[in-house]
Design a protein around this ligand. Structure first.
Ligand SMILES: *[C@@H]1O[C@H](CO)[C@@H](O)[C@H](O)[C@H]1NC(C)=O
Ligand SMILES: *[C@@H]1O[C@H](CO)[C@@H](O)[C@H](O)[C@H]1NC(C)=O
Ligand SMILES: *[C@@H]1O[C@H](CO)[C@@H](O)[C@H](O)[C@H]1NC(C)=O
Ligand SMILES: *[C@@H]1O[C@H](CO)[C@@H](O)[C@H](O)[C@H]1NC(C)=O
Ligand SMILES: *[C@@H]1O[C@H](CO)[C@@H](O)[C@H](O)[C@H]1NC(C)=O
Length: 179
């Protein structure tokens, strides 16, 4: 075997090594920061609520989505403006789990999928504590799809209206992702 043959045999290993050592920047592009602003619109009552109780703790017939141990499914609208009739920019779909023994506390496992503009088809994934009694809150963004693939970040929330029938929350999301 001459030196050329040896080189041919080794070449695949050299390539594999280079690929596996590639920097995130070479694989995904430069990291950048995007800020998103929208309103989360939840209807709690009526014919078409955006949150439904799907698991009652201890078969408790009077449990609601706030009862400790309750699991609920969410499909809420995201709008551009505070008015629930303003343009829809996406949907928040996922689970809310009431997980506070001492005080009311929800855990949100929710995909915020966007359906308009530059980020149509992309999403950010939230997996976070959501202390719904607090007017100002912060949620953790742990991932995303599409243009937000590999994202991480945080969402700052401000409760604009919280009533027995609906909640309206302002979101400012800061997302670190790749170009
Ligand atoms: C059932 O749920 C209601 C509403 O949250 C609560 O007040 C009550 O204590 C619960 N009962 C039991 C047995 O957990
Ligand atoms: C939104 O539009 C519906 C139907 O046109 C209307 O009944 C409702 O009052 C509007 N809501 C607000 C907050 O303007
Ligand atoms: C968003 O993307 C979908 C699928 O590509 C497309 O059908 C839809 O028209 C787009 N919506 C907007 C508002 O651009
Ligand atoms: C979101 O950002 C806007 C503009 O900077 C600001 O006016 C608003 O108070 C912020 N809201 C939250 C919930 O952070
Ligand atoms: C929602 O909150 C805003 C700001 O606090 C207030 O102006 C508005 O009247 C509230 N809307 C309802 C329907 O309670």
């Amino acid at each position: 075997m001459n030196a050329n043959h040896l080189l041919l045999l080794l070449l695949p290993f050299v390539l594999i090594t280079l690929v596996s050592q590639g920097h995130a920047q070479h694989l995904f592009g430069k990291e950048k920061v995007t800020r998103l602003h929208f309103f989360y619109q939840e209807r709690l009552t009526g014919d078409n609520p955006t949150i439904v109780l799907s698991g009652r703790p201890n078969d408790n017939a009077s449990a609601n989505f706030l009862t400790f141990g309750a699991v609920s499914v969410i499909d809420a609208l995201l709008t551009e403006g505070e008015d629930p009739n303003s343009s829809v920019v996406g949907h928040a779909q996922g689970l809310s789990v009431s997980a506070g023994q001492q005080q009311l506390m929800l855990i949100f496992v929710v995909d915020f999928g966007f359906t308009s503009g530059e980020f149509n088809g992309s999403s950010v994934s939230v997996l976070s504590r959501n202390p719904l009694l607090e007017t100002d809150r912060e949620l953790a963004v742990v991932g995303g799809r599409g243009k937000f693939r590999m994202a991480r970040g945080f969402a700052n929330l401000h409760a604009v209206n919280v009533t027995a029938d609906f909640t309206r929350i302002e979101y400012n999301v800061t997302v670190f992702h790749y170009e």
